[in-house]
Design a protein around this ligand. Sequence first.
Ligand code: CFN
Length: 530
Amino acid sequence: MDAKTMVLDKYSARIYKNRKEHIIVMDGNGEIPTIAANARSAPGIITERGCCYAGCKGVVVGPIKDVLTITHGPIGCGFYSWGTRRNQAKASKEGEPVFVQYMFSTDMQEPDIVFGGEKKLRQAIKEAMEIFNPKAIMICSTCPVGLIGDDVQAVATETEKLYGITCIAFSCEGYKGVSQSAGHHIANNGLMKQVIGTKDTPIENPFTVNILGEYNIGGDGFEQIRILNKCGIDVRTSFTGDAAIDDLKAAHMANLNLVMCHRSINYIAEMMEVKYGIPWLKVNFIGLESTCNTLRDIGKFFGDQKLIDRIEAVIAEEMAEVAAEREHYRTRLTGKTAALYVGGSRAHHYQLLLNDFGVKTVLAGYEFAHRDDYEGRDVIPTIKEDADGKNIEHMTVEADPEKYHAYLTPEQLEAVKAEIPLSEYKGMMHGMEEGSLVVDDLNHYETEAFTRILKPDIFFTGVKDKYAIQKDGTMSRQLHSYDYSGPYAGFKGAMKFGHDVVMGLYTPCWGMVSPPWKNRATIEAHIGGG
Ligand code: CFN
């Protein structure tokens, strides 16, 4: 029995039918198969996914360093999103505030649920203004707010008038959508409508870019900016790691958008392309080879010989600097196998970094990716513009070709394609070897089962599943927070990653763990009833 059948075999007929579409065995014939993705998790199954609020506040809005973000809801939501994502930030200049280490919440109680929470929100904003005097406030709603119907947008408008600051309310209640993904979408539309393009700060360098989908986890963004600056490329802002609100407002004055995490920010890339004519380029700074390819792509885009030469010189210098250390790690890692299960882009990016060290990926999966993240992108977004062309909104949550085509006739589709040179990129499946597994919304049972069947040397994942894997005697490192290490991006980051993986694998502790699968042949649970 192959690994997929062995795992599915434990399910009831109903769950079997559901899950089999989400698990793909790559057959290596060059064709990209279809995978079910961005669908509701089966009830009763322990999913590792997060919620809409996590995607909006935790991922996109929270990292903006000088914006005071208030979580409007009971205290638990704010508490559990406090400081866990490790999006680093440093003050733009002396005296400028950095709020990312704080967590602000309205701490809604039962009476607020019964009689409404707007009063408490107004009070929280008043206190925030008195104590911190921020230039912008963002409000993120959690589940009960939507259920009782607080008008957070009205409070935001009122706040702007009363205090003369920017205030944006996001109705990103946790229950919306099927995962974090809906929250990214809501945050992107809000930033596009009310932030981007509201301030003109002209660029000084013709090679000025934004990095979209870079949240500066463990300082990844700092390393990317170091490399780009060394090549003579300016970064107006990154979205939204270490971002200042004024730079985001002037982001429309850059010449190119680099899209690092496509999943969380493709909406803004597309809307900026339509509204401001800024093209975007899918990039990846995770991995040595990937970083070199990315820099060369940027050089090609600008087409300036001096810039291209400078980029080649930087690549030569940086690669020479890491050569010996890379070899040290490669000799210790070649032939090892890895499984990766992360949100919506890292299970792809990190396969390429692992390749640099000779590590083969046997399983890769996403929590909330859409089909284009797996299969590649050849779909057209549906974008709505106001009559005056001012507000632009990305209309679809689905990246499903059939769904897109439902919005546009084939003729319209061709017309849009001809008018907008939409950037394309290949999905995760394109580089995956024959026999490797792709699993969407990998759940707790499947994590344990695949670990025992495939026995990867390392399982890269998140905090919810990490310890279950390690108790089974398999090393696990977090690819969300990097287990408090990092950066892992760029040339220097790749070395940090190699160091951490070698250190983790060669510790003698793995020989001291007696994994249950050594004593028991199979897992005897029956999932899904029936
Ligand atoms: S930093 Fe990003 S890279 S933004 Fe996204 S899809 Fe999450 S928080 Mo965790 S690590 Fe992860 Fe990606 Fe983009 Fe991070 S793979 S799940 S929502 N993610």
